[in-house]
Design a protein around this ligand. Sequence first.
Ligand code: ZN
Length: 176
Amino acid sequence: MINKEGWLTNAEKHISPNFDQRPKNSEIKLIVIHNISLPPENFEPDNVKKFFKNELDFESHEFFQEIRGLKVSSHFLIDRSGKIYQFVSVYDRAWHAGISSFNDQENCNDFSLGIELIGSDNTPFEDNQYVSLEGLIEILCNSFPGIRKENIVGHSEIAAGRKTDPGPFFDWSKIR
Ligand SMILES: [Zn+2]
């Protein structure tokens, strides 16, 4: 269930400062699925949680130089056990899609919800992640009727040539 402030009641709440208001009258109609691991291929969620809260120590790993100072977020994160974390209210605009377009409409952050799965382009996702994702999508679709089946996409579909996630191991048949 989503409460009236826009938080999923069974998610662990971690408030990210990386959000702002959606444009007035923008209907939420798109779900964007991502993968993330920090550093790449490390499937512990802690660094991602810190990254979304601007608390990641960029000195703690060489790779983090590449993402130093970036301010990003996602509405939801699902770890390898299927646990769900939420960083931004669904009514606010999280910063997950970047330069993007869907059906000729640009800036997908304006009208989308972002869901990150801990994982990579090189590894299958866990069954528990699909179970949680499916349940989350059902709740979101019930809350926002503008999200039709064909409006659940991968980051690579709205930022082609720039992004590859959720990657070749993401099994769309498990959620469609
Ligand atoms: Zn992504």
